[in-house]
Design a protein around this ligand. Structure first.
Ligand code: PLP
Length: 389
């Protein structure tokens, strides 16, 4: 009976990880995988996370289910971290989810249940966005977001395309540290797109997965906060994978900002019902850690200091890459202005494959690089290899 299934292609990024592992050359460089790496190439566990884990071992009274909605304290604290003043006092429905992906999937299922037809997705985007939305039965409509050769946001074209959206359509926006381009909207552009969304009666779904890696914790949520004050309703999918280094603990949340408490209650019951028929109850370990860190002044300060150090490392490498590459590719001065872990280089597939074959520098054929995959000591050498293309 299983013969009815056809074999699915390997995820290109996972396949790339396999190729990198199998490469025995010394000095190989992995710019592919989308996790933060430190100067030793490790993806560290935050000090505050380790400490919170120790405390949890001592104090956690039970491993009984948390319930489909998760822990309300975690949800309140994460909402405050993400939305600050803009979210305080707002009628919201929040659900603890298995990572940001789980949050996006629940959002998509909710939209499908509401009868939402189309969701607008700026291109290029994280490939899983389109896959998740299509799996939930939504129609994905695309708008231009970023011009790769010019390395710039195509804001006018984006606004023109969204101008054609029908009332009730959903729009996916990255809050900051855009994956895969690192390009973000300016404050003015956030205001303009928020006004358009409000005026046309669209429902924004904001994906925030890299808070803290761009310009700072508050700065990376500023656009989302602008939007929240301008629109009556919004969905916000939060991932704690990168911001707390909790990748494998699958920690995140979906929030619906609503116009009144009664609607929020209805949305919450629908989200909970969707979760119940999917994974039933969310994992709790990561959420318990995040809640403990955000609720303890000393742990929070230490976490903030550590993520700031990570941010500064990424920013410094961006600076070096921009300086080193812009002599040959003038447009790559933009690497300096881009934010977060990723940039999307305007390379031909043949050039990507040449870097891989001749210099053991690994990135997907799209040209997306993870800036945090570079150690300071190897940046000059990597720049020289790019310049030899
Ligand atoms: C833009 C974006 N959104 C959401 C996610 C979801 O992350 P996770 O499901 O690991 O929390 C990712 C992960 O790479 C991402 O890049």
């Amino acid at each position: 009976m299983f013969d009815a299934l056809t074999r699915q292609p390997d995820d290109p990024l996972l396949a790339l990880i396999g190729l990198f592992r199998a490469d025995e050359r010394a000095g190989k460089v992995d710019l592919g995988v989308g996790v933060y790496r430190d100067e030793t190439g490790a993806t560290p566990i935050f000090r505050a996370v380790k400490e919170a884990e120790k405390r949890l071992v001592e104090t956690q009274p039970t491993k009984a289910y948390v319930g489909p909605e998760g822990d309300p304290l975690f949800l309140d604290r994460l909402w405050e971290l993400t939305t600050g003043d803009a979210g305080r006092g707002r009628a919201t429905a929040g659900l603890q989810t298995p990572g940001g992906s789980g949050a996006l999937r629940l959002a998509a299922d909710l939209l499908a249940r509401m009868g939402t037809k189309g969701i607008w997705l700026g291109l290029p985007s994280w490939p899983n966005h389109a896959s998740i939305f299509k799996s939930a039965g939504l129609e994905v409509v695309t708008y231009p977001f970023f011009d790769v050769p010019a390395q710039s946001v195509q804001f006018d074209r984006m606004m023109e395309a969204l101008g054609g959206a029908a009332p009730g359509d959903a729009v996916l926006l990255h809050a900051s540290c855009h994956n895969p381009t690192g390009a973000n909207l300016t404050d003015d552009q956030w205001r303009a797109v928020s006004a358009l969304i409000a005026e046309k009666g669209l429902l924004p779904l904001v994906d925030i997965a890299y808070q803290g890696y761009g310009r700072g914790l508050d700065e990376d949520a500023a656009g989302l906060r602008t939007l929240l004050t301008a629109v009556p309703e919004a969905l916000v999918a939060v991932s704690c994978s990168k911001s707390f280094g909790l990748y494998r603990e699958r920690t995140g949340a979906i929030y619906a900002a609503c116009s009144n408490a009664e609607t929020a209650l209805s949305v919450r019951t629908n989200l909970a019902a969707l979760a119940r028929t999917s994974y039933s109850m969310p994992p709790d370990h990561g959420a318990a850690i995040v809640s403990m860190i955000l609720g303890d002044a000393a742990l929070k300060a230490d976490w903030m200091a550590e993520i700031e150090a990570m941010r500064l490392r990424v920013t410094a490498i961006r600076e070096r890459l921009a300086a080193g590459l812009s002599g040959r590719w003038q447009v790559l001065t933009s690497i300096r202005e881009q934010e977060g872990m990723f940039s999307l280089l305007p390379l031909e597939e043949a050039q990507v494959l040449k870097l891989r074959a001749e210099h053991a520098i690994y990135m997907p054929t799209s040209g997306r690089i993870n800036i945090a995959g570079l150690k300071t000591a190897e940046v000059d050498d990597v720049i020289a290899k790019f310049l030899s293309l």
